[in-house]
Design a protein around this ligand. Structure first.
Ligand code: NAP
Length: 440
């Protein structure tokens, strides 16, 4: 067998860990093309990880090391499923790996979800992170109350970003349009809505702890909402730590809390059942819940909460690609431990759904390449001899695709770094055309 040709669709953590694994597994015998629909790499590292979490974003240096090796190349600005089909890629590459993540919001599925100023987290996070698709979102922050639905780390990101002062974004790469808009925000009450209780939060301690260190905002937890302290002993250590932070928040004396003008309130056992408003959202109808075998079940008791802005942070779905089996219920590609069809694989959130940290994708990427190696060994992937990147380049030329290379990206990156505010690492381009112009 000659060179093995691998196409990875998606240049986020799952994609680059899989590329790194392919290199380790096959050495010089492999050519890896990492595709992205944007002209810029790193997926969620660039457009998902919060701009004030720069140390997490630092992992992209590891991906760059992989990207700069001879047998891996970045192929940006190509939308697989539209510019080139999966079937065409499978003709050219021995293995095609979907690392496309889960970029679509899970729907609330309640009346009023389409009212103005109701956003899913993909849109809201995309807005402050400069994702070209959401750069124009322009959420209205002129009201007093924001309701953030969900009790995971994304809900924490949304609440924290809404609560920070402009000075607290120093050193971050929050895009200027968001910084400006947040600087004028009138929001003084942020309600985190959880359909289950304090023992069921999905927030990790480090991220939850940040709410206790904000300049103008203070977390509000009612002591009476927390279970007996002795019951914390049965929790796994991470969750136990998070719950003990909730206890610390509940113990903050009222006069200390009152020193900060913005309240981040935790509302437990409350599920949204309807959003009300005349064109734009004004209220959330919540139903009190109780736990039955671990699940939130409505009790029928309802009340209305004022809401000038609603951000739903209840998870994500992958986007189907024509010709690829999709599990509608789970919102990801139908797969058996990463195998979709012979020669077609998935990895990361596209495989397992939207859970885990950036680091979870490393073993996932390595596991995926093990599967590819097994299938090559067993002959499932045929006898090789495919055209790989040479074939793709010919197809791209025939179609007139404007492919962005890693070298082009480095020029875009340089322009972004030059345009940075003082103290910021970069000012991201939020427009695809601008990105393309910056490379030339
Ligand atoms: P998540 O951790 O799964 O949390 C989703 C939250 O939404 C849960 O509290 C869930 O409640 C709630 N929810 C789901 N459906 C709902 C509904 N219909 N109505 C009301 N509430 C609903 O998801 P995530 O926050 O989107 O995070 C995704 C992954 O990225 C996680 O693994 C997270 O840790 C990771 N992440 C990490 C960081 C970081 O480390 N800094 C930052 C952001 C994201 P139930 O539990 O009751 O279902």
């Amino acid at each position: 067998m000659g060179k093995r040709h691998v196409a990875i669709i998606g240049s986020g953590p799952a994609g680059y860990y899989a590329a790194e694994a392919a290199q380790k597994q096959f050495g010089d015998d492999v050519c890896v093309d990492v595709f992205d629909c944007l002209p810029v790499p790193y997926g969620l590292i660039r457009t998902g990880v919060a701009p004030d979490h720069q140390s997490i974003k630092g992992v992209s240096r590891r991906y760059e090391k992989t990207a700069l090796t001879e047998n891996v190349r970045f192929v940006g600005n190509v939308l697989i499923g539209k510019d080139v089909s999966i079937a065409e890629l499978q003709e050219l590459y021995d293995a095609v790996i979907l690392a496309t993540g889960a970029p679509k919001d899970r729907e609330l599925g309640i009346n009023g979800q389409d009212l103005k100023n109701v956003y899913g987290s993909a849109a809201f996070v995309g807005w402050y992170n400069g994702h070209p698709q959401f750069a124009d979102l322009d959420p209205d922050l002129s009201g007093s109350t924001a309701v953030v639905i969900g009790m995971g780390n994304v809900a924490l990101d949304a609440a924290r970003i809404l609560a920070k002062t402009p000075a607290e974004f120093e050193g971050s790469d929050i895009v200027s349009h968001a910084l400006e808009s947040l600087g004028k925000s009138k929001i003084e009450r942020i309600i985190l809505l959880g359909r289950r209780g304090p023992h069921q939060i999905m927030m990790t301690p480090k991220e939850l702890g940040e709410l206790g260190e904000l300049q103008k905002a203070s977390p509000h937890v009612h002591l009476g909402d927390l279970p007996e302290e002795g019951e914390d002993a049965m929790l796994e250590p991470g969750l136990r730590k998070s719950v003990s932070l909730l206890r610390q928040f509940a113990a903050i004396p009222e006069h200390i809390r009152a020193e900060k003008p913005v309240a981040i309130e935790f509302a437990f056992f409350a599920q949204p059942v309807e959003l009300l408003g005349d064109g734009k959202v004004e209220e959330v109808v919540i139903e009190q819940t109780e736990l039955q075998r671990g699940r939130a079940v409505g009790t029928g008791r309802r009340e209305k909460l004022k809401a000038d802005l609603v951000i739903s942070c209840i998870g994500y779905r992958s986007v189907p690609i024509p010709g690829v089996p999709f599990d509608e219920r789970a919102g990801r590609f139908a797969n058996d431990d990463g195998r979709i069809l012979p020669g077609l694989y998935c990895v990361g959130w596209a495989k397992r759904g939207p859970s885990g940290t950036i680091g979870t994708n490393r073993p996932d990427g390595f596991g995926c390449i093990e599967r590819v190696a097994e299938d090559m060994e067993s002959g499932v992937l045929g006898r090789g001899g495919k055209n790989g990147r040479k074939g793709f380049d010919a197809l791209a030329e025939k179609r007139g695709l404007q492919v962005v290379t890693f070298r082009d990206w480095k020029k875009i990156e340089e322009a972004e770094e030059k345009a940075a505010r003082e103290g910021a690492p970069r000012e991201k381009f939020v427009d695809i055309e601008e990105m393309i112009r910056a490379k030339s």
